[in-house]
Design a protein around this ligand. Structure first.
Ligand SMILES: [Zn+2]
Ligand SMILES: [Zn+2]
Length: 307
């Protein structure tokens, strides 16, 4: 792993070389209490002008419930020991290998399903099936998804399971006591906090203008990756960009001729209101056009398993 999380005290003992690298902020933990409400506002804005309005409305209901849950049923964990253990094992602190999954996330699954149970027949059927699963079955399915075995779980069910997991993990990530440091090497493909795939990358504004970060599909952290390189294999050559309207577009796909994957890159410089998850759905036509060029997506959208 080339970005790792260490306790604050250890960070102060790092050598000068690492401190220099540290001047680029390497990692941003999420702030769930604003994240979901801002995503909801963005979805409500995007729905006015989208061929995917029905789907965006459906997502809005899930995100509205996530926003409510982090306010009304917040979790609080002391993760100091988990950080220490992760450093010993040299793995991500919230990876399933370091921080075993309990049943606590299920407190979010049922309210999320209830928020959309009457949207249409197919969704009602999926929810009814999922509600018949035992807690152990649900835990197995969640563990398979966290291990990246997306084909092992019905994609309609995955959306609900992942949304509940994400509500849980984003709060854990926001409570991690460690800071990030960079180690030499590449391979920044997976989240240094929870080891999940990114949704897309985003070029920041403000103090970090021009810096590019990958946005985690599970815990919603963002970690730094240099621009103009493949985020799936570190290739620097033959990177092609596609956009729907013009080369100054705020949303493009970054395509790699080496591993034939692509991931979207969002520019806050061109649209400061972008939300990675919401705008990724809004720009589905760009995925379709990019996939016609024989590239396959290397990311995961937590609200798009079933599309
Ligand atoms: Zn993560
Ligand atoms: Zn590549």
């Amino acid at each position: 792993m080339s970005i790792k999380i260490v306790p604050q005290e250890q960070l102060e003992q790092q050598n000068d070389k690492v401190s220099l690298i540290h001047k680029v902020p390497l990692l941003f933990y999420p702030v769930p209490k604003t994240l979901y409400s801002q995503r909801l506002s963005r979805l409500q804005f995007l729905v006015k002008d989208s061929p995917f309005a029905d789907y965006l409305n459906f997502c809005s209901k899930i995100v509205a419930q996530q926003a409510k849950l982090v306010e009304t049923m917040p979790i609080s964990q002391n993760l100091t020991e988990s950080i220490d253990l992760a450093i010993k094992k040299n793995i991500a602190p919230l990876s399933i290998e370091n921080y075993p999954l309990t049943l606590q996330w299920l407190d979010y699954l049922y309210p999320i399903m209830d928020a959309v149970s009457d949207v249409n027949e197919s969704i009602t059927k999926t929810i009814n099936n999922l509600k018949q699963n035992s807690k152990e079955q649900l835990l197995d399915k969640a563990s398979q998804l966290l291990a990246g075995q997306f084909d092992a779980v019905d994609s309609n069910e995955s959306l609900f399971i992942w949304s509940a997991l994400s509500t849980y993990y984003s709060q854990l990530a926001s409570q991690l006591p460690g800071k990030a440091v960079a180690e030499f090497g590449e391979q920044r493909w997976l989240c240094p906090v929870c080891q999940s795939s990114p949704v897309a990358s985003i070029v920041h504004l403000g103090n970090n203008i021009g810096l590019r970060y990958l946005h985690c599909s599970l815990c919603e952290s963002e970690w730094h990756v240099p621009r103009a390189k493949c985020t799936n294999c570190d290739n620097l050559q033959d990177i092609t960009y596609y956009a729907l309207d013009n080369e100054l577009a705020a949303i493009k796909t970054e395509c790699c001729d080496h591993c034939h994957s692509y991931l979207k890159i969002f520019s806050q410089e061109r649209d400061p209101h972008l939300d990675v998850v919401a705008d990724d759905i809004y720009s589905l036509l760009l995925d379709m056009e990019t996939e016609k060029e024989q590239f396959s997506k290397s990311g995961v959208n937590p609200l798009l398993f079933s599309v």
